[in-house]
Write a protein that binds this ligand. Structure first.
Ligand SMILES: *Cc1c(COP(=O)(O)O)cnc(C)c1O
Length: 416
């Protein structure tokens, strides 16, 4: 592509282009960070108003029943299910990835112990988002050395790492730092052949790439709604368990919302049948209600259309960076092969932090991850081909004029 007009022509022909109007986008920013925090759906402000003034203000405690608050976790789970290849009543929207992962890992370890007490190892990737490793470490620290976390540096090490002692493999489908995507079907099959269960983290997959959890036969999954699903900052995440495992999984956070008869106030915990047992306690209803606004936009398209545009946007960004920023030390660390790429591109630059700060000061918002990684997320529901053109122009300008060298861009802020 040689001109901005060509990008505008692609936008004019883009079947997803009308969906952009359903987002409350700031006119002064070019946002390439939907992989960290999605933008607000236009409907969210109105929905918040209704939840606060009418449902909370007027309905008060009655709204647990009359406004559907109590069943919201399951209703939203069913709305989200088609995006990840899940069936009806296999997903609940609740808690965070961290908490849901704790529950799932706990349930999986317990089930494997019943089946084969020798299986006491969790296999995971050292390069995973550290949070998931921290959760596994925290969980196994409760068992006085009975369990072990075995880290691999590359998926090619999986066959060797999956030994007869392995209970669970915990993997993130799309890597947060380099945007590389695993072959979920092939790895799930491999892990099952070795007798282990597999849990997938869909943080950078849900709403970003097509996922078919039942198609690949996975055993559990978690994800968040505040990244590609545009649910709002800190909005609750989700947990998926296939019907075939739901009643075999007993998760450790046995709170009252997961009881089979919540309001009998029985002093003995008895898990609900089905996915309901993965609930724990009272949920943040105001935040949770807004998630629906994001999901409603996805219902107007399908993940294949989203994927087609995502690949076109990321291909174009790579092409333009290579054409226009060739003389600078930018290196693509995301795989070029479509099948190995999520919806984000990462480049390293020796002054990656400063370059990103200078871009943000110009209104082009991506983010930065150690070491040296500039991340750009592409969100087909609201990102335009012209945005790609303009973002590369801003990047070129920052590099050519070395505006990133200004002292103000070297100061580290708390959230990068
Ligand atoms: C974003 C992300 C998380 C975040 O977990 P929270 O509990 O929502 O803070 C966890 N894991 C991965 C892989 C992520 O990308």
């Amino acid at each position: 592509m040689n001109t901005r007009e060509e990008a505008l022509a692609l936008d004019a022909a883009d079947p997803l282009a009308p969906l952009r109007a359903q987002f409350a986008l700031s006119p002064d920013t070019l946002y390439l960070n939907g992989n960290s925090l999605g933008v607000p759906p236009a409907a969210a402000a109105q929905r918040a108003q209704v939840v606060i003034a009418a449902e909370w203000g007027e309905g008060l405690i009655r709204s647990w029943n009359t406004a559907g608050w109590f069943t919201l976790t399951k209703r939203l789970g069913n709305k989200l299910a088609p995006l990840i290849g899940a069936a009806h009543n296999e997903v609940v929207v609740t808690d965070s990835i961290s908490v849901n992962l704790f529950k799932l890992l706990g349930a999986a370890l317990r089930l494997q112990k019943q089946r084969d007490p020798k299986r006491r190892v969790i296999v995971a990737e050292r390069g995973d988002f550290p949070n998931d490793l921290y959760i596994a470490q925290g969980l196994i620290s409760q068992f006085d050395g009975a369990y072990e976390l075995r880290l691999i540096d590359d998926p090619s090490e999986l066959p060797a790492a999956l030994q007869p002692d392995t209970a669970v493999a915990m993997l993130t489908h799309v890597n947060y730092r380099n945007g590389a995507m695993h072959d979920m079907a092939a790895l799930t099959q491999l892990i099952h052949q070795k007798g282990a269960l597999v849990l997938w983290d869909l943080a950078h997959s849900a709403g970003a790439v097509p996922v078919d959890l039942n198609g690949v036969g996975a055993d559990g999954a978690v994800g968040c709604t505040y990244k590609y699903l545009n649910g709002g900052p800190g909005a609750p995440g989700f947990v998926w368990v296939p019907h075939r495992l739901q009643n075999a999984f007993e998760q450790p956070l046995s709170g009252w919302w997961g009881h089979r008869a919540v309001f009998t106030m029985n002093p003995v915990y008895e898990p609900d049948d089905g996915i309901g047992r993965f609930l724990c306690g009272t949920q943040p209803i105001v935040s949770m209600a807004l998630i629906e606004c994001g999901l409603d936009v996805f219902l107007q398209t399908d993940m294949q259309a989203v994927r087609d545009k995502s690949l076109a946007l990321t291909d174009l960004f790579i092409e333009q960076v290579e054409a226009r920023c060739d003389e600078f030390p930018l290196r693509l660390v995301t795989p070029r092969e479509h099948a190995q790429r999520g919806s984000q591109l990462s480049f390293t630059h020796p002054h990656g932090y400063e370059v990103m700060q200078a871009l943000i000061a110009r209104g082009v918002i991506g983010d930065y991850r150690e070491p040296q990684v500039l991340r750009f997320g592409f969100t087909p529901l609201y990102t335009r081909y012209a945005d790609v053109w303009d973002a590369v122009e801003a990047l070129r300008d920052v590099l050519v004029n070395e505006t990133w060298r200004a002292a103000e861009f070297a100061a580290r802020v708390a959230v990068t």
